[in-house]
Design a protein around this ligand. Sequence first.
Ligand code: MN3
Length: 202
Amino acid sequence: MSYQLPPLPYDFDALEPAIDAQTVEIHYNKHHAGYLKKLNAALDPFPELAAKPIEEILMNLNQVPDSIRTGVRNNGGGYFNHMIYWSIFSPYGGGKPVGNLSQAIDATFGGFSDFQQEFEKAGLSRFGSGWVWLSRNGNDSLVIHSTPNQDTPLASGIHPILGFDVWEHAYYLKYQNKRGEYLSNLWQIINWQEAENRFLAK
Ligand code: MN3
């Protein structure tokens, strides 16, 4: 039994103009699929571990054998993080947060535009490759934070709601060095109902 790549829930060009079709195609078919392939290869000698949900493995990296821990952290993280990334976008996305998440964003950050500013700043401040996240921590509070490389919020015991990939492979073809422009354009394609579902999920 090995992990599978979930189908992309839209066409490669569906996120234009925020993310161009070629970037989506390469990012999904090469990068995301590549993390998955390496994760499955690393776990191949450990079928009992591979039978667990990926979330459980990433929350308990200290229980992964030494010989494959770094590979599972990087490639399992890449596999998991990109599943969130694709799921929170929609060609019909954009607009404003909905439901309980909307209220929590207002209460925590002082409003949607303040939240957006803080989130983009965290994404811009990540030196090198990584991710910027909106997550729910152990106290059920919202937090904006960033992880390096393919590290996941799960490894810190917190539950990710939104994750923007700030690796150059996520934006370089269209935006080159303009990471800030890429980040601010992603709001056009956020599926806020999916974000609300993730916020409410335990
Ligand atoms: Mn990526």
